[in-house]
Design a protein around this ligand. Sequence first.
Ligand code: 3HC
Ligand code: NAI
Length: 690
Amino acid sequence: MSDFVSVASDGDVAVVTIDNPPVNAMSFHVREPLHQALAALRDDPSVAAIVIACAGRTFVAGADITEFGKPVQQPELRAVIAVLEAIAKPTVAAIHGTALGGGLELALGCHFRVADSKAKLGLPEVKLGLLPGGGGTARLPRLVGAEKALGMIVSGAPIGAAEALEAGLVDAMFDGDLLAQTVRFASELVVKGGPFLPVRNRNDRLGKADLAAFDRQAAELAKKARGLEAPIACAVAVRNAVTLPFDETLAAERELFLNLVAGDQSRAQRHLFFAEREAAKGPAKDLSRRKIARVGVIGAGTMGGGIAMAFANGGFPVTLLETSEEALQRGLATIDKNYAVSVARGSLAEDAKRERLGLFKGSTDYADLADCDLIVEAVFEEMAVKQEVFGRLDAVAKPGAILATNTSYLDVNAIAASTSRAQDVVGLHFFSPANVMKLLEIVRAERTAPDALATVVELARGIGKVPVVVGVCHGFVGNRMLAARGAESEALLLEGATPSQVDRVFTEFGWPMGPFQMGDLAGLDIGWRNRKARGLTAVIADALCEQGRFGQKTGSGFYRYENGSRTPVPDAEVEALIRAKAAEKGTTPRAIGADEIIERTLYPLVNEGAKILEEGIAARASDIDVVWVNGYGFPVGKGGPMFWAGLEGAGKIVERLEYWHQHTDRPIFQPATLLRRFAETGSWEAAARP
Ligand code: 3HC
Ligand code: NAI
């Protein structure tokens, strides 16, 4: 009856199949024929039961996100679900793949849900800055209870079929031919006879809700929301399901949804959803891929160990190489300990740990890397050491093996030049801890072969990373912009701000922590050593390091950390040190406001991003946003620095940069041409057009 929705009969069971590749989103062109089909089947006396199933790789994975922010085309999802829910004959959703968001809400409009044992079910709307808007907050709690529903809706994390069965969300779980078994399930219902209760009239676990416990759970979640509106709205909506009649719950959900979908935070999060997928596409699809079966990692320190774990977690056997047996055993012991922590936390099963550890092969002999298809170097950050390593790799690696460096700053072209196969060399800049952090900057060097690049982009997705292809420059996209963000930190302190004041402005903006807390966490000695090597100074940070204050690891840095705690405590000694250094420079402290802190740290961040775009180091503004949200904690509700520039007003940013440029003459404040053009055109794409 339509290209996207078809109806077939199996005896007196009608099977409605949705076929809207790739993920069966509930686009208008699905809703309209589905609405019609359901109304017709409702009135068709030859039909005794209705099954809703999907073609392709998944059940409906949600509303069509591309339609948000545009005028709604009727029938909307809620109207389709209303028709479905009012049908008296038994209705069953046959779920395979993922039933997410509006997809799960559609399934909740059925009397019954059955699932393939590998299926996943969830309401991930919160990750788009939304709440379920198709009745999910009203119906899910009726089946699984308010607390379980709150956990699912506020985290947005899907649950597996077995958990869904246990929770009461699905009624049966099958292996094998899902459709045949669902039709049989529906036929049995017909034989058994009704009446069949729609979810709206059920109260399986909701009646037992403990509101006090619910409110405690909601308050905890609100604390973690860091300024995001959606998680709070989710909690309000689920609470309504307990306290209000069904139709009022639904109406309140609608209102909350409409507010969120029109807001900047959801716009920002939807931007990031598509930005991540765009970034992960990498070079042309039709390029061939190199086969990666075994991965080598050189250096078993902080990064090498984490990188090795990231590949083992993705199922790859890993050869881990160190300079000495002692360093190797130390590295392997750390990996063992990290997995043990996951087991203790309950996030990894003991036999899965054993399986992963079984994937590691330690070595101190470069010849053992000969069977690796990808080799990632994570040795000390020194060009001479890296070049020596790549020279040795050139001698032992198999032809066509991809040779990658995890350098944070160094010139990947110069590293590639130490081999006879620059076409196989690429940067894979993981973030610490590499087994946890999602971002992977993939550095395309001048001579990197397109198929090598395509291979690592695909591989990155395969091990659960968010890849972004970047070009060669000092610090690539992330660390180069980080340097621009941090450039004014010391000046702000000398002029009168305190570390805790600056950090508070950052956390109020939505960052997980401010720059001084971050410095203390990462270790101030790293930057200190780096500066010394490059003949640079930072008055306050250098003085702290000279006193042995390296941050959390020594119990003090910009803050004090008492008795091994990670909580930063402002330290009068540091403030005295800052004032003394200011006096030496003849600076009189003045009051510095939050606006000035933003202008002097985040405006240069945006400005550097514009320069990076101008130079072609990043392909799109949205790639830069993906880097900053996934690698540096830029608040998701603001969409990344380049998206936020639009919210903040590019004209205002240019004007204030000009002001600071005049007052300080520092190049970080010189507005980039592309930023000026963004201010004129209102879009980064338009700004980049000649
Ligand atoms: N709407 C529109 N397009 C979507 C979409 C959606 N809900 N979900 C995925 N897509 C698109 C992607 O943009 C991508 O397009 P591209 O190929 O042009 O880049 C394509 O489908 C494939 O997506 P993925 O690359 O993400 O495919 P995966 O196989 O890796 O993952 C998935 C599949 C797990 C379903 C993942 O796509 C996903 O998580 N999708 C979003 C699910 C979601 O958030 N649903 C809730 C939507 S909001 C909602 O339902 C509101 C309701 O309550 C009213
Ligand atoms: P690290 O000092 O913890 O580890 C380096 C390891 O390499 C040591 O175990 C050392 O024994 C080993 N090593 C040195 N020379 C070697 C050689 N020739 N052959 C084999 N092994 C050798 O250093 P870390 O922090 O792991 O950094 C490694 C690289 O990763 C550097 O290039 C660094 O810039 C980069 N990086 C570091 C990040 C971090 O947060 N620490 C983040 C992203 C990148």
